[in-house]
Design a protein around this ligand. Sequence first.
Ligand SMILES: NC(=O)c1ccc[n+]([C@@H]2O[C@H](COP(=O)([O-])OP(=O)(O)OC[C@H]3O[C@@H](n4cnc5c(N)ncnc54)[C@H](OP(=O)(O)O)[C@@H]3O)[C@@H](O)[C@H]2O)c1
Length: 257
Amino acid sequence: MTGATGGIGGAIARALHARGARLVLTGRRERQLAELRASLGEERVELVPLDLAEPDGPARLAEAAGALDVLVANAALPASGRVEDFTPDEIDRALNVNLRAPIQLTRAVLPGMLERGSGHIVLVSSLAGKVATLRSAVYSATKFGLRGFAAGLREDAQQSGIGVTVIFPGFVSDAGFFAESGVKLPRWVGTRTPEQVAAAVVRGIEQERAELDVAPLGLKVGTRLAELAPVTAARVQRRLGSERIADDLSEAQRDKR
Ligand SMILES: NC(=O)c1ccc[n+]([C@@H]2O[C@H](COP(=O)([O-])OP(=O)(O)OC[C@H]3O[C@@H](n4cnc5c(N)ncnc54)[C@H](OP(=O)(O)O)[C@@H]3O)[C@@H](O)[C@H]2O)c1
């Protein structure tokens, strides 16, 4: 799985390890990877530290990992802010880590899964992959992209024994790039924990679910309505003060570009 050193990735790794999985964990930060392996008890854990933004990063990871039963593509940058405030390199990095790497990794592991007639691809998107909000243009482009990729892949993989799950978390508390930003949400916007996202990953694999939202009911319903009427929903969000939150978030996450 990718993004194991992050807030949500650690929870996913612990949940899969607890189910008996043998893990290949990746991220750039070697110390965090080693600490995660130590916390898991060293057994059934292989570490492959590398940079997925590098052109050959996904291919090197796929080669090091070998045959996989499950790919969990979880690594991502928050990529928040106005597009004109990004450098061209920052845009490339967001596209590479959030969208190109999951597609390239899938391409690399799929032939083995097809040959064995089993396997599962899990792509961690976001509710921002269903509805875009202020300052989310680049991030949403990548997260909408994952949903489109998964939908096509799912069709192509029909009858092959390969499952495709997309996870759509809303705001996640306790750990991860939203929690780290320190930005406060209005009380009526609820959050979910990294462990709840991890539980959805396990459910997606075990129950072969196509798409799973991980958010309080109000946010799920709001997202569904916004998918149906995006312009009206955006107007309502602005009235509710979403611009200040979006600006605070992109300022706090600027160093993660
Ligand atoms: N946090 C939320 O509220 C939230 C909400 C919706 C969806 N999500 C999604 O959940 C997933 C995990 O997010 P998170 O909150 O756990 O973020 P996070 O704590 O910032 O973790 C991001 C992970 O991605 C890895 N990564 C970033 N750049 C990389 C690169 N160039 N090469 C390799 N790995 C790289 C990081 O590892 P290194 O830094 O060690 O490289 C880290 O493990 C993402 O897909 C995110 O879009 C999060």
